[in-house]
Design a protein around this ligand. Structure first.
Ligand code: NAD
Length: 305
């Protein structure tokens, strides 16, 4: 996918930082920012354009929903953000309305577009966008637990002293309170993480809890999180544009659970090309089923899903 056009809908903290991460990651092409707050959007684009001399042939501009509908990749970051100590699921009703309005405004959508949903609760918003857009499910997915998994890998790397890139570990299920790490499949250099003497069951439990709660801590301190998620979304776009077939934990509709949640998937230029089935322990299988059940309950609160 050469000279891809990436439209970002919602030029708030997450959207504008994602645009910045995309410009700096030199994926090329054009970035279009769309927001109902036109002044804010204009200001973000003017500010971002000052970074262009340091980027590789990228363009950035404001646009309309019509412009966004023709893009190769459409990133949805519009929505009400969390307030301190609020679970992501509390945003379901108001953000579902926003997602549905946005998708309606995009129609007719480029039939080959890939839609990446970031707005929370991301698993439910992914299902809203899939249903409303009518695009094939493999083309509409959420950032899911990619960020949580990166947080997990970072913590483990610091404890055992290996590079983060050499830690293979996933957070599965909801991007929210029912998420869990799949320790039984986690390894570094082929050695199961559970065999490292520093990683006692107590340490693993603490790491899982800190991962789950990190967003809350950031929101308590500065009222928003955006750098980490922006880097994740830029990385997802790169995997699509360069057809990298990377394995990432993203939120996708899983037939057996009748809900979208995070599983490792293979990502390429056509979107999600394969869902991978991990060999989970009995306890992890139960936790995945519980996470899916919780999401199905939240889904019931969402009209038209
Ligand atoms: N998935 C993740 O890991 C993750 C991480 C951080 C934040 N988020 C979520 O991302 C969303 C945005 O967070 P933020 O901090 O950028 O919020 P923000 O308030 O800074 O920005 C939201 C923007 O959306 C715009 N908007 C609202 N309705 C719109 C519409 N119909 N069309 C176009 N634009 C519209 C607003 O004008 C605003 O500029 C929230 O739902 C938040 O919870 C997700």
């Amino acid at each position: 996918m050469k000279h891809a056009t990436i439209a970002i809908i919602g030029a708030g903290s997450v959207g504008s930082t994602t645009a910045y991460a995309l410009l700096l990651s030199d994926v090329g092409g054009e970035v279009i920012l769309v927001d109902i707050d036109e002044e804010r959007c204009k200001g973000e684009v003017l500010d971002l354009s000052d970074a262009l001399p340091f980027c590789d042939a990228s363009k950035v501009r404001t646009g309309t929903p019509r412009d966004a509908s023709k893009a190769d990749i459409i990133v949805i970051t519009a929505g009400t953000p969390q307030v301190p100590d609020q679970p992501r699921t509390a945003l379901v009703e108001q953000n579902a309305k926003i997602i549905n309005t946005i998708i309606d405004g995009l129609k007719p959508i480029n039939p080959n577009a890939i839609i990446i949903v970031v707005s929370n609760p991301v698993d439910i918003m992914t299902m809203c966008a899939q249903k409303r857009s009518g695009l094939p499910r493999q083309q509409v997915f959420g950032s899911g637990t990619f960020l949580d998994s990166q947080r997990l890998r970072g913590s483990i790397a610091r404890i055992i002293g290996f590079a983060e890139q050499s830690i293979h570990a996933y957070i599965l299920g909801e991007h929210g309170n029912s998420q869990f790490p799949a320790w039984s499949c986690a390894h570094a250099g082929g050695i199961p993480l559970t065999q490292f003497k520093q990683l006692t069951p107590e340490v693993l439990e603490r790491v899982a809890q800190e991962t789950r709660e990190k967003a809350f801590e950031i929101i308590r301190c500065k009222h928003a999180t955006f750098y980490g998620i922006a880097a994740c979304v830029a990385n997802i776009c790169e995997a699509i544009i360069f057809d990298q077939k990377r394995i990432l934990p993203l939120s996708t509709y899983v037939e057996t659970f009748d809900v979208a949640l995070s599983m490792p998937v293979v990502l390429g230029e056509r979107g999600i090309e394969q869902q991978l089935e991990l060999e989970l322990s009995r306890c992890e299988k139960n936790r995945l089923a519980e996470s899916a059940e919780k999401l199905r309950d939240v889904k019931k609160e969402c009209p038209n899903l």
